[in-house]
Design a protein. Structure first.
Length: 336
């Protein structure tokens, strides 16, 4: 109850805007619009079992994956809210092939990339899912946004975050001034500050990886994960495995409790030569958050995720992300 007296997310956004006298308020406006979309999605997720919105839509998305009804709902909700908010010039969604234009006359100075519903294969079984977003500044001339405005390095993001629809709905975001977490109080429809200035523990307690794919991995990756099962000198215990199969949920736990998440490239299968996760919608925004919280995100070649120049809206990237000490150590194993 006491938390309700605390800072709401809109107040926090306004307070940080005031620290930048030159700010126009557009980024604040953008974030506030996204938050409204998140509240609508959250309400629908909570009603999923009752509203005939569970299950598959019968379609495949651009990635060839089965589209769930809630994927479509979340995608349409974000698109509709953002296409006439006036703060962005172009969008891209994990669920759509090409760029998504905004309505004529509503072009703004930012771009938005989003994964409308991450972990959607978990919807029907009540496991936490989420929405991930990434914001860049427009770089081309003229009012209309283009693909080039969206294909920017993660290091140039001006904001990134996610909303996790879990036991409660939590928003975690950064604008480059720390990482802050807010919990939705559904009775009043407000996000209240619950996790100010999140710092990821320097050392991981958990590792998160789909170990069923061990036979597809490179030797270095296999050796690293075997190493995690040995008794750690410092703790006297092996690491614990936690894998939900919903990046937002796995990342959120690791951010709060200390952990390392790995989705490596495949050595044998040609299905996932670059891993599964997408640079623009998943890896880059999570990398900005983890860096701001004191952690690290690299590929399994050891390249910083934030330094990768995207060439395709839907490109995939091998991802190692989490507590700094552990990502550094993983790098020594996997980069040969
Ligand atoms: P999405 O539901 O947006 O397609 O993403 C699913 C992703 C990610 O959330 C998760 O980490 C990963 O898929 C799990 O993949 P595996 O089932 O191969 O482990
Ligand atoms: Mn996803
Ligand atoms: Mn998705």
């Amino acid at each position: 109850m006491k938390k309700r007296l605390g800072v709401t997310v809109s107040r926090q956004i306004m307070d940080s805007q005031r620290l930048h006298p030159q700010a126009t308020g557009d980024l604040s406006g953008l974030l506030n619009e996204l938050i409204v979309a998140a509240k609508i999605i959250s309400a629908e997720v909570n009603m999923a079992g009752l509203a005939d919105i569970l299950g598959q839509s019968g379609k495949k998305n651009i990635q060839g994956e089965t589209v769930q009804k809630l994927d479509e709902f979340a995608n349409a909700t974000i698109k509709r809210r953002m296409e006439q908010c006036g703060y962005i010039c172009v969008m891209t969604s994990e669920e759509e092939e090409g760029i998504i234009p905004v309505l004529d006359g509503y072009e703004g100075k930012y771009t938005l990339a989003f994964d409308p519903l991450d972990g959607s294969s978990n919807i029907d079984v009540n496991v936490s899912i989420g929405t991930i977003f990434s914001v860049h500044r427009k770089i081309t001339d003229g009012p209309k946004g283009s693909e080039r405005d969206l294909l920017q390095k993660g290091s140039l993001q001006v904001a990134a975050g996610y909303i996790i629809y879990g036991s409660s709905t939590v928003l975690v975001y950064t604008t480059g001034e720390g990482v802050h977490g807010f919990t939705l109080d559904p009775s009043v429809g407000e996000f209240f500050l619950s996790h100010p200035d999140i710092r990821i523990p320097e050392r991981a307690k958990y590792y998160s990886v789909n170990e069923a794919y061990t036979n597809y991995w490179y030797d270095g990756m296999r050796k690293y994960v075997e190493y995690l099962k040995e008794i750690d000198q410092k703790t006297g215990r092996p690491y614990s495995l936690r894998y939900i199969g919903s990046l937002v949920a796995d990342f959120h736990r690791n951010l709060i409790s200390g952990g390392i998440f790995l989705y490596p490239r495949d050595r044998k299968s040609t299905d996932q030569p670059e891993g599964k996760l997408r640079l623009l919608y998943e890896a880059a925004p999570m990398a900005m958050l983890v860096r701001e919280a004191g952690g690290l995100a690299v590929t399994d070649d050891g390249q910083d995720i934030l330094d990768i120049q995207p060439v395709d809206l839907h490109q995939r990237v091998p991802l190692i992300i989490g507590s700094r000490f552990d990502v550094e150590r993983a790098k020594r194993f996997v980069v040969s």
